[in-house]
Design a protein around this ligand. Structure first.
Ligand code: FES
Length: 163
């Protein structure tokens, strides 16, 4: 029995995602999302696999197009991320109700800048566009948990929930 490799894991992941969502261009984002969800990001091998496996189904999409899609959407990442991803809404409605102070508290607490990951790979901090809860800004999304009306003094308490 041969040892598993990341290439084979990615190949299988992509194969399962294509089977689930279908081999057509409209399924590209769901296919990439499946890989992103399983691995926490989309490695270069995945673009190669999606390109190769869809080509055998007569769907033409270049690795560059796939990378472009993955880098356009905040929900997808082409770089490894921490076990927990913090997304901070940087749009105006959140900004005017104190978003900058919350952002500064997050950066200070984690000692991170936008897009960085802690050395222990626990946290990744990124800004994002509107999270759809503008009426309760500032808004922070940690993994699948939404926090509204966040104030700087709550940051350490919120982060502690993920210990
Ligand atoms: S502007 Fe921040 S959630 Fe909409």
């Amino acid at each position: 029995m041969t040892a598993p490799t990341i290439e084979r894991d990615v190949s299988l992941l992509v194969q399962e995602a294509i089977e689930k969502h279908g081999a057509h261009r409209d399924a590209l984002i769901p296919i990439l999302s499946e890989v992103n969800h399983a691995l926490g990001y989309i490695p270069a091998e995945a673009f190669q696999e999606v390109h190769k496996q869809l080509q055998t189904e007569d769907v033409s999409v270049s690795k560059g197009q796939l990378f472009g899609l993955a880098s356009f959407y905040d929900m997808l990442s082409t770089k490894p991320r921490g076990r927990h991803v913090i997304k901070f809404c940087e749009n105006a409605p959140c900004h005017v109700v104190g978003g900058k102070a919350v952002w500064d508290a997050l950066c200070d607490s984690l000692n991170l800048k936008n897009g960085e990951t802690t050395p222990d790979k626990k946290w990744t901090l990124v800004t994002t566009s509107c999270l759809g809860l503008c009426s309760v800004g500032p808004v922070v999304l940690i993994d699948d948990d939404l926090y509204g009306n966040v104030v700087p003094g709550q940051i350490d308490k919120i982060l502690a929930r993920y210990e």
